[in-house]
Design a protein around this ligand. Sequence first.
Ligand code: KG4
Ligand code: ZN
Length: 333
Amino acid sequence: MLVLGIESSCDETGAALISDTEGLLADALHTQIDMHRAYGGVVPELASRDHIRRVVALTDEVLEKAGKTRRDITAIAVTEGPGLAGALLAGNAVAHAMGFALGIPVVGVHHLEGHLLAARLAKPAPEFPFLALLVSGGHTQILRVESFGSYELLGETLDDAAGEAFDKTAQLLGLPYPGGPAVSALADKGTPGAIELARPMIHAPNLMMSFSGLKTSVLTAVTNALDPKDEAFRANLARGFVDALVDVLAAKLVRAIKMTRLNHVVVAGGVSANRQLRERLTQEVERRRGKIYFPPMRLCTDNGAMIAAAGIARLESMTAAEREALVDKLAFG
Ligand code: KG4
Ligand code: ZN
């Protein structure tokens, strides 16, 4: 099986080729970050138009890198949601047209399932069952993953996602979009404990989280500062923010380990690229004699490889007749 994965849910166009025997053969990514930076965030219409421009070219690029042609592709996996409607449409239109033309199945992949299964591209790959902490721009969830396709939501944020908190904090600190990497780098220059921020719901006896209060404490600190542009102040505030957020995520993950007695953990989604979070969670899990897995660094944020990985897992779990029905669906709906 040779599966083409296509991602176009937000501001990254990704394509990748994965084989059932050889694993990930090639992947290519175009990020729209520079285009959206001037606006401080993603502009949906610009995003859709750019995906339309890139998606076929990226598909050709991965085929060339892998030394394959379109006729070698046996199935296509495409992000079907959640995401920006127009952006998703761009990837889906190409995937469905290509699938129809080639007479091959097209599977829709849930974006978060893609993030989760990106960890299976790590070496060594995690074995089921495991606990998952999904931390992206739009979601923050703790899941029990029993097997492929069997996910139990154990807890999630009641308001802002962790990535959103990073991005909003970046805006308040005058840092460029996307905020995560910039806030993280500034935090490295700050002094731990110089500014202590709220750790919302850290002691709540469950796995629910809340990050909007943390953002408000950043806003209050900036508003009350004598000189909000002072370098040391900005660095200390970034440090206070990262430490508070990491503390909450670590506490909730430890609680989840105790509740489920699962100590194999996958951390995925854009914020799993965060070094401070990786270090802290690794410490916590290893202290409990567990194992922690992250997707390869470049596959933490949105990409086509994670969609191809989730797609191939789905296709492998289907019968030949079910795969054939997907081909018919392209023609007859
Ligand atoms: O998973 P992702 O690429 O897109 C969504 O599905 O949302 O996550 C994007 C989020 C953004 O909020 C971005 O600021 C955050 O991931 N992010 C980071 C880092 N790299 C990306 N946050 C903290 N540290 C990073 N190094
Ligand atoms: Zn994502």
